[in-house]
Design a protein around this ligand. Structure first.
Ligand SMILES: Cc1cc2nc3c(=O)[nH]c(=O)nc-3n(C[C@H](O)[C@H](O)[C@H](O)COP(=O)(O)O)c2cc1C
Length: 392
Protein backbone atom coordinates (compact mmCIF):
# COMPACT_ATOMS: atom_id res chain seq x y z
CA UNK A 1 0.00 0.00 0.00
CA UNK A 2 1.21 3.50 -0.75
CA UNK A 3 2.92 5.18 2.20
CA UNK A 4 2.59 2.16 4.51
CA UNK A 5 5.78 0.77 6.09
CA UNK A 6 6.52 -2.85 5.30
CA UNK A 7 6.37 -5.57 7.93
CA UNK A 8 8.79 -8.49 7.57
CA UNK A 9 7.77 -10.99 10.25
CA UNK A 10 8.60 -9.32 13.56
CA UNK A 11 10.45 -6.43 11.89
CA UNK A 12 8.54 -3.31 10.91
CA UNK A 13 10.66 -1.31 8.48
CA UNK A 14 10.59 2.50 8.51
CA UNK A 15 9.32 2.53 4.90
CA UNK A 16 8.29 0.07 2.19
CA UNK A 17 11.38 0.67 0.01
CA UNK A 18 14.32 -1.74 -0.22
CA UNK A 19 17.76 -1.55 -1.82
CA UNK A 20 18.27 -4.61 -4.06
CA UNK A 21 21.33 -6.83 -4.05
CA UNK A 22 23.47 -6.02 -7.11
CA UNK A 23 26.54 -8.24 -7.21
CA UNK A 24 29.68 -6.12 -7.42
CA UNK A 25 27.85 -2.88 -6.56
CA UNK A 26 25.91 -2.91 -3.29
CA UNK A 27 28.82 -3.24 -0.91
CA UNK A 28 28.98 -1.71 2.57
CA UNK A 29 30.24 1.64 1.21
CA UNK A 30 27.34 1.95 -1.24
CA UNK A 31 24.75 0.82 1.30
CA UNK A 32 26.15 3.47 3.65
CA UNK A 33 25.70 6.33 1.21
CA UNK A 34 22.20 5.15 0.32
CA UNK A 35 21.36 5.19 4.03
CA UNK A 36 23.00 8.60 4.43
CA UNK A 37 20.74 10.03 1.74
CA UNK A 38 17.90 8.95 3.99
CA UNK A 39 19.33 10.40 7.21
CA UNK A 40 22.15 12.94 6.88
CA UNK A 41 20.97 15.28 4.16
CA UNK A 42 18.81 18.35 4.54
CA UNK A 43 15.11 17.45 4.65
CA UNK A 44 16.03 13.78 4.27
CA UNK A 45 13.40 12.25 6.55
CA UNK A 46 13.43 8.56 5.81
CA UNK A 47 13.92 6.61 2.62
CA UNK A 48 15.46 3.19 2.42
CA UNK A 49 13.75 0.70 4.75
CA UNK A 50 16.11 -2.26 4.22
CA UNK A 51 19.35 -2.70 2.28
CA UNK A 52 20.63 -6.10 1.24
CA UNK A 53 24.12 -7.51 0.74
CA UNK A 54 25.00 -8.92 -2.66
CA UNK A 55 24.54 -12.64 -3.08
CA UNK A 56 26.77 -14.61 -0.71
CA UNK A 57 28.06 -18.14 -1.03
CA UNK A 58 27.36 -20.02 2.20
CA UNK A 59 30.37 -22.25 1.54
CA UNK A 60 32.55 -19.14 1.23
CA UNK A 61 31.18 -17.72 4.48
CA UNK A 62 31.63 -20.97 6.35
CA UNK A 63 35.19 -21.40 5.08
CA UNK A 64 35.95 -17.76 5.87
CA UNK A 65 37.02 -16.89 2.30
CA UNK A 66 38.13 -13.26 2.32
CA UNK A 67 36.00 -12.28 -0.71
CA UNK A 68 32.86 -13.69 0.95
CA UNK A 69 33.67 -12.01 4.26
CA UNK A 70 34.24 -8.67 2.49
CA UNK A 71 30.85 -8.99 0.77
CA UNK A 72 29.11 -9.83 4.05
CA UNK A 73 30.78 -7.10 6.07
CA UNK A 74 28.38 -4.78 7.90
CA UNK A 75 28.34 -2.44 10.92
CA UNK A 76 25.88 -0.83 13.32
CA UNK A 77 24.98 2.02 10.93
CA UNK A 78 24.28 -0.49 8.13
CA UNK A 79 21.02 -1.63 9.72
CA UNK A 80 18.54 -3.07 9.14
CA UNK A 81 20.41 -5.31 6.69
CA UNK A 82 19.39 -8.34 4.68
CA UNK A 83 22.03 -10.98 3.93
CA UNK A 84 21.32 -12.89 0.73
CA UNK A 85 22.45 -16.50 0.31
CA UNK A 86 22.51 -18.61 -2.83
CA UNK A 87 22.84 -22.33 -3.31
CA UNK A 88 20.86 -25.52 -3.70
CA UNK A 89 21.73 -27.68 -0.70
CA UNK A 90 19.26 -27.19 2.17
CA UNK A 91 21.79 -28.18 4.83
CA UNK A 92 24.53 -25.83 3.60
CA UNK A 93 22.01 -23.03 3.15
CA UNK A 94 20.84 -23.58 6.75
CA UNK A 95 24.43 -23.35 8.02
CA UNK A 96 24.91 -20.19 5.93
CA UNK A 97 21.77 -18.71 7.48
CA UNK A 98 23.10 -19.46 10.97
CA UNK A 99 26.36 -17.74 10.02
CA UNK A 100 24.38 -14.70 8.81
CA UNK A 101 22.49 -14.48 12.10
CA UNK A 102 25.74 -14.73 14.02
CA UNK A 103 27.29 -11.96 11.90
CA UNK A 104 24.70 -9.20 12.00
CA UNK A 105 21.81 -10.04 9.64
CA UNK A 106 18.44 -8.45 10.46
CA UNK A 107 16.81 -10.51 7.70
CA UNK A 108 18.05 -13.51 5.69
CA UNK A 109 17.13 -13.77 2.02
CA UNK A 110 17.42 -16.68 -0.41
CA UNK A 111 18.28 -15.93 -4.02
CA UNK A 112 15.85 -17.75 -6.33
CA UNK A 113 16.19 -15.32 -9.21
CA UNK A 114 19.78 -15.10 -10.41
CA UNK A 115 19.99 -15.98 -14.15
CA UNK A 116 23.80 -16.13 -14.30
CA UNK A 117 25.24 -19.49 -15.52
CA UNK A 118 27.82 -19.69 -12.73
CA UNK A 119 24.93 -19.85 -10.25
CA UNK A 120 22.25 -21.75 -12.20
CA UNK A 121 24.68 -24.49 -13.38
CA UNK A 122 25.02 -25.43 -9.72
CA UNK A 123 21.20 -25.52 -9.38
CA UNK A 124 21.08 -22.25 -7.42
CA UNK A 125 19.46 -18.87 -8.16
CA UNK A 126 16.62 -19.02 -10.66
CA UNK A 127 17.30 -22.70 -11.45
CA UNK A 128 15.24 -23.30 -8.32
CA UNK A 129 12.23 -22.04 -10.28
CA UNK A 130 12.44 -25.29 -12.24
CA UNK A 131 12.45 -27.46 -9.10
CA UNK A 132 9.86 -26.05 -6.73
CA UNK A 133 10.06 -28.89 -4.25
CA UNK A 134 13.78 -28.23 -3.77
CA UNK A 135 13.14 -24.47 -3.49
CA UNK A 136 10.55 -25.05 -0.77
CA UNK A 137 12.69 -27.66 1.00
CA UNK A 138 15.58 -25.18 1.22
CA UNK A 139 13.29 -22.47 2.59
CA UNK A 140 11.72 -24.84 5.12
CA UNK A 141 15.13 -26.02 6.34
CA UNK A 142 16.41 -22.45 6.64
CA UNK A 143 13.29 -21.33 8.56
CA UNK A 144 13.86 -24.24 10.90
CA UNK A 145 17.49 -23.22 11.48
CA UNK A 146 16.58 -19.57 12.03
CA UNK A 147 14.06 -20.62 14.66
CA UNK A 148 16.86 -22.41 16.48
CA UNK A 149 19.18 -19.34 16.51
CA UNK A 150 18.37 -17.07 19.39
CA UNK A 151 19.13 -13.36 19.60
CA UNK A 152 19.11 -11.41 22.85
CA UNK A 153 16.89 -8.34 23.15
CA UNK A 154 20.03 -6.13 23.10
CA UNK A 155 21.30 -7.81 19.98
CA UNK A 156 17.92 -7.34 18.29
CA UNK A 157 18.08 -3.66 19.19
CA UNK A 158 21.50 -3.31 17.53
CA UNK A 159 20.27 -4.74 14.25
CA UNK A 160 17.09 -2.76 13.84
CA UNK A 161 18.47 0.66 12.84
CA UNK A 162 15.39 2.75 12.04
CA UNK A 163 13.15 -0.37 12.00
CA UNK A 164 11.13 -1.59 14.96
CA UNK A 165 10.55 -5.01 16.39
CA UNK A 166 6.92 -5.74 17.00
CA UNK A 167 6.70 -7.26 20.44
CA UNK A 168 4.63 -10.38 20.78
CA UNK A 169 2.11 -10.67 23.61
CA UNK A 170 4.64 -12.72 25.57
CA UNK A 171 7.70 -10.49 26.25
CA UNK A 172 9.89 -13.57 26.71
CA UNK A 173 8.93 -15.01 23.34
CA UNK A 174 11.87 -15.13 20.95
CA UNK A 175 11.36 -13.76 17.46
CA UNK A 176 13.65 -15.45 15.00
CA UNK A 177 15.46 -13.52 12.27
CA UNK A 178 12.94 -13.60 9.40
CA UNK A 179 13.48 -15.29 6.05
CA UNK A 180 12.54 -13.72 2.70
CA UNK A 181 13.03 -15.11 -0.83
CA UNK A 182 13.69 -13.27 -4.09
CA UNK A 183 12.28 -14.86 -7.24
CA UNK A 184 11.60 -14.12 -10.90
CA UNK A 185 8.24 -14.75 -12.60
CA UNK A 186 9.41 -18.18 -13.85
CA UNK A 187 12.20 -19.60 -15.99
CA UNK A 188 10.78 -19.54 -19.53
CA UNK A 189 9.01 -16.85 -21.55
CA UNK A 190 6.73 -19.51 -23.07
CA UNK A 191 5.46 -20.55 -19.63
CA UNK A 192 4.88 -16.94 -18.64
CA UNK A 193 2.94 -16.09 -21.81
CA UNK A 194 0.89 -19.29 -21.53
CA UNK A 195 -0.18 -18.23 -18.03
CA UNK A 196 1.93 -20.97 -16.43
CA UNK A 197 4.38 -18.90 -14.41
CA UNK A 198 5.37 -20.78 -11.26
CA UNK A 199 5.86 -17.72 -9.02
CA UNK A 200 2.25 -17.43 -7.73
CA UNK A 201 2.21 -21.09 -6.66
CA UNK A 202 5.77 -20.93 -5.32
CA UNK A 203 5.08 -17.81 -3.24
CA UNK A 204 2.10 -19.54 -1.62
CA UNK A 205 4.18 -22.60 -0.79
CA UNK A 206 7.00 -20.45 0.61
CA UNK A 207 4.51 -18.60 2.82
CA UNK A 208 3.22 -21.95 4.09
CA UNK A 209 6.69 -22.97 5.32
CA UNK A 210 7.29 -19.69 7.16
CA UNK A 211 8.89 -17.32 4.62
CA UNK A 212 7.72 -13.84 5.69
CA UNK A 213 7.85 -12.03 2.31
CA UNK A 214 8.71 -12.72 -1.32
CA UNK A 215 10.32 -10.25 -3.70
CA UNK A 216 9.32 -10.72 -7.34
CA UNK A 217 11.53 -9.35 -10.11
CA UNK A 218 8.98 -9.03 -12.90
CA UNK A 219 11.02 -10.80 -15.58
CA UNK A 220 11.55 -14.40 -16.55
CA UNK A 221 15.02 -15.98 -16.35
CA UNK A 222 15.12 -16.08 -20.15
CA UNK A 223 14.57 -12.31 -20.27
CA UNK A 224 17.69 -11.78 -18.10
CA UNK A 225 17.64 -7.95 -17.85
CA UNK A 226 16.08 -7.15 -21.24
CA UNK A 227 12.53 -6.26 -22.19
CA UNK A 228 10.06 -4.53 -19.94
CA UNK A 229 9.24 -5.56 -16.42
CA UNK A 230 5.86 -7.35 -16.34
CA UNK A 231 3.76 -5.65 -13.68
CA UNK A 232 0.87 -8.01 -14.47
CA UNK A 233 3.08 -10.98 -13.52
CA UNK A 234 3.87 -9.40 -10.14
CA UNK A 235 0.14 -8.66 -9.63
CA UNK A 236 -0.64 -12.37 -10.13
CA UNK A 237 1.70 -13.29 -7.27
CA UNK A 238 0.08 -10.66 -5.02
CA UNK A 239 -3.32 -12.11 -5.87
CA UNK A 240 -2.21 -15.69 -5.25
CA UNK A 241 -0.88 -15.10 -1.72
CA UNK A 242 -4.06 -13.22 -0.88
CA UNK A 243 -2.53 -11.20 1.97
CA UNK A 244 -0.86 -14.18 3.69
CA UNK A 245 2.54 -12.49 3.31
CA UNK A 246 3.64 -9.20 1.70
CA UNK A 247 4.94 -9.27 -1.86
CA UNK A 248 7.71 -6.86 -2.83
CA UNK A 249 7.74 -5.74 -6.47
CA UNK A 250 11.01 -5.22 -8.32
CA UNK A 251 12.21 -4.08 -11.71
CA UNK A 252 12.86 -0.87 -13.66
CA UNK A 253 12.06 1.65 -10.92
CA UNK A 254 14.18 4.64 -11.99
CA UNK A 255 12.14 7.61 -10.73
CA UNK A 256 9.92 8.11 -7.69
CA UNK A 257 6.65 7.86 -9.70
CA UNK A 258 7.72 4.40 -10.99
CA UNK A 259 7.58 3.09 -7.40
CA UNK A 260 4.09 4.48 -6.87
CA UNK A 261 2.97 3.03 -10.18
CA UNK A 262 4.34 -0.39 -9.25
CA UNK A 263 2.38 -0.38 -5.99
CA UNK A 264 -0.82 0.87 -7.69
CA UNK A 265 -0.71 -1.55 -10.61
CA UNK A 266 0.37 -4.69 -8.75
CA UNK A 267 -0.94 -4.24 -5.19
CA UNK A 268 2.55 -5.06 -3.88
CA UNK A 269 3.36 -4.05 -0.30
CA UNK A 270 6.91 -2.88 -0.96
CA UNK A 271 9.25 -1.93 -3.78
CA UNK A 272 12.83 -3.05 -4.23
CA UNK A 273 15.11 -0.78 -6.26
CA UNK A 274 18.39 -1.85 -7.85
CA UNK A 275 19.94 -0.09 -10.83
CA UNK A 276 17.93 3.10 -10.25
CA UNK A 277 19.82 3.54 -6.98
CA UNK A 278 23.22 3.30 -8.70
CA UNK A 279 22.68 6.62 -10.46
CA UNK A 280 20.28 8.09 -7.89
CA UNK A 281 21.13 6.96 -4.36
CA UNK A 282 18.59 9.53 -3.05
CA UNK A 283 15.76 7.79 -4.96
CA UNK A 284 14.42 6.18 -1.75
CA UNK A 285 14.04 9.60 -0.12
CA UNK A 286 12.22 10.86 -3.22
CA UNK A 287 9.94 7.82 -3.56
CA UNK A 288 9.02 7.75 0.14
CA UNK A 289 8.33 11.47 0.11
CA UNK A 290 6.09 11.02 -2.93
CA UNK A 291 4.31 8.11 -1.27
CA UNK A 292 3.78 9.83 2.06
CA UNK A 293 3.29 13.49 1.10
CA UNK A 294 2.55 13.40 -2.63
CA UNK A 295 5.59 15.62 -3.34
CA UNK A 296 9.08 14.78 -4.64
CA UNK A 297 11.75 16.95 -2.96
CA UNK A 298 13.90 19.17 -5.20
CA UNK A 299 16.89 17.31 -6.67
CA UNK A 300 20.17 17.58 -4.77
CA UNK A 301 22.65 20.23 -5.83
CA UNK A 302 25.71 19.39 -7.89
CA UNK A 303 27.84 19.94 -4.77
CA UNK A 304 25.72 17.54 -2.70
CA UNK A 305 26.03 14.85 -5.37
CA UNK A 306 29.81 15.27 -5.70
CA UNK A 307 30.29 15.29 -1.92
CA UNK A 308 28.29 12.06 -1.69
CA UNK A 309 30.45 10.42 -4.39
CA UNK A 310 33.57 11.66 -2.58
CA UNK A 311 32.25 10.15 0.65
CA UNK A 312 31.57 6.86 -1.17
CA UNK A 313 35.18 6.85 -2.39
CA UNK A 314 36.50 7.52 1.14
CA UNK A 315 34.36 4.72 2.58
CA UNK A 316 35.68 2.27 -0.01
CA UNK A 317 39.28 3.27 0.80
CA UNK A 318 38.55 2.84 4.50
CA UNK A 319 36.78 -0.53 4.09
CA UNK A 320 38.73 -2.18 1.29
CA UNK A 321 41.83 -0.10 0.43
CA UNK A 322 42.96 2.12 -2.48
CA UNK A 323 43.07 -0.51 -5.22
CA UNK A 324 39.47 -1.63 -4.71
CA UNK A 325 38.30 1.98 -4.37
CA UNK A 326 39.95 2.98 -7.67
CA UNK A 327 38.56 -0.01 -9.62
CA UNK A 328 35.07 0.75 -8.34
CA UNK A 329 35.09 4.54 -8.75
CA UNK A 330 36.25 4.26 -12.37
CA UNK A 331 33.29 2.05 -13.29
CA UNK A 332 30.80 3.76 -10.99
CA UNK A 333 31.42 7.33 -12.17
CA UNK A 334 29.36 6.66 -15.31
CA UNK A 335 26.35 5.80 -13.14
CA UNK A 336 26.71 8.87 -10.92
CA UNK A 337 27.25 11.06 -13.99
CA UNK A 338 23.74 10.21 -15.23
CA UNK A 339 22.43 12.72 -12.70
CA UNK A 340 25.14 15.33 -13.17
CA UNK A 341 24.57 17.79 -15.94
CA UNK A 342 25.22 21.42 -16.12
CA UNK A 343 24.42 24.66 -17.97
CA UNK A 344 27.24 26.10 -20.07
CA UNK A 345 27.86 29.87 -20.46
CA UNK A 346 25.64 29.87 -23.57
CA UNK A 347 22.72 28.46 -21.57
CA UNK A 348 22.93 24.96 -23.07
CA UNK A 349 22.60 21.82 -20.96
CA UNK A 350 25.82 19.83 -21.24
CA UNK A 351 27.12 16.59 -19.75
CA UNK A 352 30.19 15.81 -17.69
CA UNK A 353 32.27 13.65 -20.03
CA UNK A 354 35.57 15.37 -19.08
CA UNK A 355 34.89 14.63 -15.40
CA UNK A 356 34.27 10.94 -16.16
CA UNK A 357 37.48 10.78 -18.22
CA UNK A 358 39.48 12.54 -15.52
CA UNK A 359 38.26 10.07 -12.89
CA UNK A 360 39.02 7.15 -15.20
CA UNK A 361 42.58 8.42 -15.73
CA UNK A 362 43.29 9.29 -12.10
CA UNK A 363 45.82 7.05 -10.35
CA UNK A 364 44.95 7.55 -6.68
CA UNK A 365 41.90 8.40 -4.54
CA UNK A 366 43.39 11.80 -3.71
CA UNK A 367 43.76 12.56 -7.43
CA UNK A 368 40.07 11.67 -7.89
CA UNK A 369 39.23 14.00 -5.02
CA UNK A 370 41.24 16.80 -6.70
CA UNK A 371 39.26 16.26 -9.91
CA UNK A 372 36.05 16.63 -7.91
CA UNK A 373 37.34 19.98 -6.58
CA UNK A 374 38.21 21.05 -10.11
CA UNK A 375 34.68 20.15 -11.22
CA UNK A 376 33.10 22.05 -8.34
CA UNK A 377 35.23 25.08 -9.29
CA UNK A 378 33.57 25.03 -12.73
CA UNK A 379 35.90 22.81 -14.79
CA UNK A 380 35.62 19.37 -16.45
CA UNK A 381 32.27 19.96 -18.11
CA UNK A 382 31.05 19.39 -21.66
CA UNK A 383 30.20 16.60 -24.05
CA UNK A 384 26.97 14.87 -24.88
CA UNK A 385 24.37 14.31 -22.19
CA UNK A 386 23.78 10.85 -20.77
CA UNK A 387 20.52 9.64 -22.34
CA UNK A 388 18.91 9.22 -18.91
CA UNK A 389 19.93 12.71 -17.81
CA UNK A 390 18.66 14.14 -21.07
CA UNK A 391 15.23 12.67 -20.35
CA UNK A 392 15.20 13.82 -16.72
C1 LIG B 1 24.92 -6.43 -12.24
C2 LIG B 1 23.74 -7.00 -11.49
C3 LIG B 1 23.97 -7.82 -10.40
C4 LIG B 1 22.87 -8.36 -9.68
N1 LIG B 1 23.12 -9.14 -8.58
C5 LIG B 1 22.08 -9.64 -7.88
C6 LIG B 1 22.29 -10.42 -6.69
O1 LIG B 1 23.41 -10.60 -6.22
N2 LIG B 1 21.19 -10.94 -6.08
C7 LIG B 1 19.91 -10.72 -6.54
O2 LIG B 1 18.94 -11.20 -5.95
N3 LIG B 1 19.70 -9.97 -7.63
C8 LIG B 1 20.73 -9.42 -8.29
N4 LIG B 1 20.50 -8.62 -9.38
C9 LIG B 1 19.10 -8.32 -9.75
C10 LIG B 1 18.61 -7.06 -9.05
O3 LIG B 1 18.55 -7.25 -7.64
C11 LIG B 1 17.20 -6.67 -9.55
O4 LIG B 1 16.34 -7.76 -9.31
C12 LIG B 1 17.18 -6.34 -11.03
O5 LIG B 1 18.29 -5.53 -11.41
C13 LIG B 1 15.89 -5.60 -11.40
O6 LIG B 1 15.70 -4.46 -10.61
P1 LIG B 1 16.16 -2.98 -11.06
O7 LIG B 1 15.55 -2.72 -12.41
O8 LIG B 1 15.63 -2.07 -9.99
O9 LIG B 1 17.65 -2.99 -11.15
C14 LIG B 1 21.55 -8.07 -10.09
C15 LIG B 1 21.35 -7.22 -11.17
C16 LIG B 1 22.41 -6.67 -11.87
C17 LIG B 1 22.14 -5.74 -13.02
Amino acid sequence: MIGVPLQLGPVRLATNLLLAPIAGYCDLAFRTIVREWSTHHAGAGVGVGLACTDLLSPQGLLRGTSSSLDLASTNDFDKPVGMQLYGSDPEIMAQGARWAVEHGATVVDINMGCPVDKVTKKDGGSKLLTDLSRAVAIAARVVNELEACSLSADEWQRRLGNAQRMESANPLARSPVPLTCKVRLCWSDADYHAGNACSPHLARMLADVGVVAVTVHGRTTEMKFSGEVQLAGIARVVEAVNGQIPIIGNGDVREAPDAVRMIRETGCAGVMIGRGALSTPWLFRDAWSLESTGVVPPPPSEREIIESVRRYLQLMVQNRGDHYAMVQIRRRMTWFAKRLHTIDPRGRVVGVKPLKEAVRNAQTPSEVSDRFDEFLAGGLRGGALEPEAAQA
